[in-house]
Design a protein around this ligand. Sequence first.
Ligand code: IFM
Length: 459
Amino acid sequence: MTMTSQVSHQPIKFPPHFIWGAATAAYQIEGAWNEDGRGESIWDRFTHTPGKVEDGSNGDVACDHYHRWPEDIALMQSLGLQAYRFSIAWPRILPQGRGQVNQPGLDFYSRLVDGLLAAGIEPYITLYHWDLPQALQDQGGWPARATAEAFVEYADVVSRALGDRVKHWITHNEPWCISFLSHYIGEHAPGWQDGAASLRVAHHLLLSHGWAVPVIRRNSPGSQVGITLNFTPGDPASPSAADWEAWRYHDGYSHRWFLDPLYGRHYPADMVADFTAQGFLPEGMVFVEAGDMAAIAVQTDFLGVNFYTREIVRNKDAADNLPQTVFPAPRSEWTEMNWEVHPDSLYNLLNRLHFEYRPPQIFITENGASYADGPDSQGQIKDERRIAYLRRHLTAAHRAIKNGVPLVGYFGWSLMDNFEWARGYRQRFGLVWVNYDTQQRLPKDSALWYQRVIAENGF
Ligand code: IFM
């Protein structure tokens, strides 16, 4: 028997008390974009602008979760979920970004939290999953330091209202996407293409995280607070020095620019030099004020890890090696996002985070795959590729735990098919299939497989 077959037949048991959950985000599922006093968000503005979303769609209705949440909680309960990670829509709470609180918005999340707890499901709240109130964007958005102050006010309002019942808080989801993808690459709202702005955004996000953590802890005693980063590990396209140099840049820009300050190491000097050379720091790091770095390095209770894929990294041009070029590995396997399936990168990433940064606990706050499989004539959704993806990534996660990584929970992305940002509704990440015409929910085979995994704490 080969090593591989031996490993694949061994039952995998997760540690007792391992948390099994699924995740969503407000704009991707709620709909009801202008109901009960909700203000406009940058994603409303972006998706209502022609040409921004691949299929021309928007989140106006999405999965109509705002009205169907009791049904969705029942669905979660039927799958045996122990935890549910969802985000709060800032413009439902503070339609103008700061100031006047919209009580119906708070009430919605309060009912949701109560409903989850009554169903035995632990709520994990993400405060910011990308839907900035448009009013704050009009005043400068994340490139302005005042937005970091506004975030703390928002975090205060929400944690005061829900902090008696919610014991797990994530300040931000994926600062890389909010800064670089949204302000430099321009693919996400607000769609800027301004490298200098993206670095200011990154700093203000991290700063707002650092400022908010003690506020949340004060309002929600005994709770655990962390932040979620997205990780796309790179591998150099060749052993050449130029490709390794491109790999270093890719890692700095994608990961270390966020990890290093969060773990008290300041911004990485190599990247400050690169960003300066790229013209992203025309006035230097002037946005960093006295005390900021200490605030950002506040002790947290966990690091949230979102992992989907890896990228191969190649030097773009020997004469000017920045920025790098990335592409999915050829001769491999990909999901419908054209993202390579590469579970070993998750294993390596978890080890790296543990040995290099030592977060006290790690949650995988997102992991999953986009495959469009829909119901067959019997209404069954045979999404075997998703089951294989999940099984392989959970096996990698389990290996990391065996290696000493303090991984304490896993959230599949996503509970149900939803609005996949600039890619619209064609990309389906759900464990549960959604018929967008009727809003019918139908668990896919992967959901039923996951239900068994949860029940057995392994597979
Ligand atoms: O749908 C997104 C989610 O909002 C953030 N992380 C990645 C997912 C898949 O692209």
